[in-house]
Design a protein around this ligand. Structure first.
Ligand SMILES: [Zn+2]
Length: 151
């Protein structure tokens, strides 16, 4: 094998202290990265980016093994990142939810996703009471995303 690229030097991200979970929709990736780096000032974090974001942790909606794997990933990343903080980001117009018909009415999609974010926060608080959970919701507006903190 031959080297094809050498990255720029980076500080070690061992024990980043933060786990981030968001959707992997490509429209939102640069906005999520911008938000995490420039609003929350996170240099490094453990990331789970999958279609639908936190939806994979909702038990009952998906196959039991799906959420079992999801919670295993969360526990694994919590341990390897020594995480005391979890950041959950949902977004508007999530095509995973729409395609899977988890929100039958697109007008109620944001409400449904916000409910799922709060439900996962409750589950996280029960499973890992020492972890602090933050919820955010993103909407595209032209070439930007507007990100709100959810209570
Ligand atoms: Zn999505």
């Amino acid at each position: 094998m031959r080297d094809v690229f050498h990255t720029s030097p980076q500080e070690s991200a061992v024990g980043a202290g933060v786990v981030v979970i968001h959707c992997s929709d490509p429209r939102y990736q640069p906005h999520f990265q911008d938000f995490l780096a420039n609003s929350l000032a996170l240099d490094s974090y453990a990331l789970i980016a999958v279609p639908g974001g936190v939806h994979f942790l909702i038990e009952g909606d998906s196959a039991p093994r799906f959420s079992w794997v999801g919670w295993s990933w969360v526990q694994f990343l919590r341990d390897v990142a020594s995480a005391e903080r979890v950041i959950l980001i949902g977004h508007d117009d999530c095509r995973w939810y729409l395609q899977r018909r988890f929100a039958l009415d697109p007008a109620h999609l944001a409400v449904r996703i916000e409910e799922d974010l709060r439900r996962v926060r409750t589950d996280l608080n029960q499973r890992f009471p020492q972890m602090h959970v933050e919820l955010y919701f993103a909407r595209l507006a032209a070439d930007r995303a507007v990100i709100q903190l959810l209570s």
